[in-house]
Design a protein. Structure first.
Length: 218
């Protein structure tokens, strides 16, 4: 079902509930909550669960298996993101003057620069279904591994190669990066938590169906 760059579809037949594929996964779906850069639940997030294409889910299971042996679990913040959610981000960035969440998510940046610096895109890879935002959870402590900056803190400090963090924090980022890349995921240069399956099955198709496990499990 590969299509043109303008293709948007409601077809969820090739998607799975990530927790069904990766039973050890931990989820904190931020865009279902109000704790995100906008400050309200995002359009299309009807359930706090992660959805991915089958291909991406299989690859992430391999990542999880490798990391569990090393004492870590994966914690997912976002996976498939409906196209309507992306439109909400774009409209918020262009038209909405609300900056109430700035201290927590973009304290050093002007709101308009979130687009020019690549943190928000008018077409997100998340809407193609094979992109995931995640971190590591230490199985001994039950806490997130220290990556030097939290998820969705937009700014230079969250660039994977940022030098102003401790050696341990950088090593934690590189551990996640190495294992994700070993299993076919590609990072980006402005967010340590963001990865896309290199051989994603729908590189030109964007999906609109809501984030909900109900239809996928039928």
């Amino acid at each position: 079902m590969n299509g043109r760059i303008s293709d948007i579809t409601m077809d969820s037949s090739d998607f799975v509930v990530l927790a069904d594929f990766v039973p050890h996964i931990v989820q904190e779906i931020r865009y279902y909550s109000t704790y995100n850069l906008i400050g309200e639940r995002i359009d299309g997030y009807e359930e706090p669960c992660a959805l991915l294409t089958k291909e991406a889910a299989r690859a992430l299971k391999a990542v999880s298996n490798e990391l569990i042996v090393q004492g870590y679990r994966l914690k997912v913040f976002d996976a498939y993101r409906p196209a309507c959610a992306v439109r909400q981000f774009v409209l918020w960035g262009i038209e909405d003057q609300d900056v109430r969440m700035k201290p927590w998510f973009y304290p050093t940046l002007d709101k308009t620069s979130l687009f020019s610096q690549g943190y928000i895109a008018s077409r997100s890879g998340h809407s193609r279904g094979s992109t995931v935002d995640l971190t590591l959870l230490d199985m001994r402590s039950g806490k997130e591994v220290d990556m030097g900056s939290p998820f969705d803190l937009f700014g230079e400090i969250s660039h994977p190669d940022y030098q102003g963090i401790t050696q341990e924090q950088r090593e934690n980022r590189m551990l996640l990066r190495r294992v994700m890349m070993r299993h076919g995921f590609v990072p980006i240069d402005c967010e340590w938590w963001h990865f896309t399956l290199q051989n994603e099955p729908y590189p030109d198709t964007y999906f609109e169906f809501p984030v909900s496990s109900a239809d996928l499990r039928r």
